[in-house]
Design a protein around this ligand. Structure first.
Ligand SMILES: [Mn+2]
Length: 403
């Protein structure tokens, strides 16, 4: 049996600068979190005496990695070296190889096998004399539109197991741009490998059951949209059967909590209700909560005004009094049904005409173009996305309606 760890998207040097205002202590905790998580992955590798560790790209968040982040990473790799565990790693779209990076890179210990921009296959022999082929490549630029999968060789005939390392985006019907070494499920399966260790998608995902192909997800949630458990996979494989176990290693988790304001009249009820909701979850890790408050036309105006105050989330965190829970954002949303009903009732003809118009192809982008033209260029990438525009419009509607 062959046993290994598959992890990806470590994003070790993420600055988490947005949280400085909420709490310096919290921002510091988060900056350490990816290192803590990786340390736990190394603990697991040693405890389970794995044959090797696979890291599928985005080890660092940026291509200009500071020396402290590098040496903390190397310290962990050295622990694996002392345990005689080899590490196979590739670079992704965040930590892609540049000349500058190569100049400033500290040497890895000898147990680390890296891949360059050309696809290559390494063959190793485990302690049980099983031969494993591991094929992969590293990014040397931020975007790779080429279908690199086409250049992966077919399964090696003289090995016990063949593994593919690939940092890239699987194409689905929803894919809009293919900037990250795109591939389809069929293209993966065609190669006839025994396991695909995928990176890039931050959410854990089984892409194929037979043969197994997985995104392990990232090792620490980076923002409020990366909720839930984060960690690595422990894979035990033999030609006849395999198991893939997910291990939660992130010390900090992001959660989304919804609170309905319709039955709440006072601030003290609000705090008490939320306190009970959170207590029920019995969180063991540090938890960052994105709070979504559902309001309706009947909601108390004064209460809503307080919820929108800039310092509300810090004060709410204090009032809740948990040592491991922080409220990091508070968003208000108008209950959709009632909002539509009101609009529909007041402007029936216009409502029908608008619905028809939005349904027409491209009309949504056209209608929103002017609004988003005024946004600073650094946000431009986001504002091109339909999801982002819809979210902004919903927020704006919520605000208008509440005034
Ligand atoms: Mn990533």
């Amino acid at each position: 049996m062959i046993r290994f760890i598959h992890a990806a998207d470590l994003h070790l040097d993420t600055p988490f600068s947005g949280l400085e205002q909420t709490s310096k202590e919290l921002a510091e905790k988060l900056r350490r979190a990816p290192f803590v998580s990786f340390g736990k992955i190394v603990d697991l590798a040693i405890e389970k005496a794995v044959d090797f560790v696979l890291l599928s790209g985005d080890l660092y968040n940026t291509k200009q990695v500071n020396i402290k982040a590098q040496s903390l990473f190397i310290e962990q790799l050295q622990r694996l070296e002392r345990a005689e565990i080899p590490v196979f790693l590739i670079r992704g779209n965040h930590d892609f190889l540049t000349e500058e990076m190569q100049t400033l890179t500290l040497p890895f210990p000898k147990n680390v096998i890296t891949y360059g921009p050309e696809i290559k296959t390494e063959i190793i022999e485990t302690k049980n004399k099983e031969r494993i082929a591991i094929t992969g490549f590293s990014y040397d630029r931020q975007w790779i539109t080429k279908r690199k999968i086409k250049d992966y060789p077919y399964r090696h005939a003289q090995v016990n197991m063949h593994i593919g390392l690939l940092h890239g985006e699987i194409e689905t019907s929803k894919t809009r741009e293919a900037n990250y070494a795109p591939f389809t499920l069929n293209e993966l399966l065609e190669k006839n490998y025994d396991y695909w260790a995928l990176g890039h998608v931050h959410q854990f995902q089984q892409v194929s059951k037979q043969p197994p192909a997985y995104y392990s997800g990232n090792i620490q949630g980076l923002h409020k949209n990366e909720t839930g458990k984060k960690g690595c996979l422990l894979v035990e494989w033999s030609p006849r059967e395999y198991t893939v176990q997910f291990f939660q290693t992130a010390p900090v988790i992001w959660v989304s909590q919804t609170l309905d304001l319709s039955k709440i009249k006072h601030l003290s009820d609000f705090i008490q209700t939320l306190k009970e909701m959170i207590a029920q979850k019995n969180y063991k890790q540090d938890v960052l909560v994105h709070l979504l408050v559902k309001t309706s036309v009947d909601s108390d105006e004064n209460l809503i005004r307080i919820l929108q105050e800039k310092e509300f989330k810090e004060q709410l965190t204090k009032q809740l009094g948990f040592s491991n829970v922080w409220i990091v954002s508070v968003d208000l949303s108008v209950e959709e049904a009632s909002n539509h009903q009101v609009l529909q009732k007041t402007y029936p003809e216009e409502w029908a005409a608008s619905l028809q118009k939005i349904d027409q192809y491209g009309a949504f982008n056209e209608l929103t173009e002017n609004i988003f033209e005024q946004i600073p260029t650094k946000y431009l990438n986001q504002t091109n996305s339909k999801e982002y525009r819809l979210e902004m419009i919903q927020k704006a509607l919520a605000k208008l309606h509440l005034k």
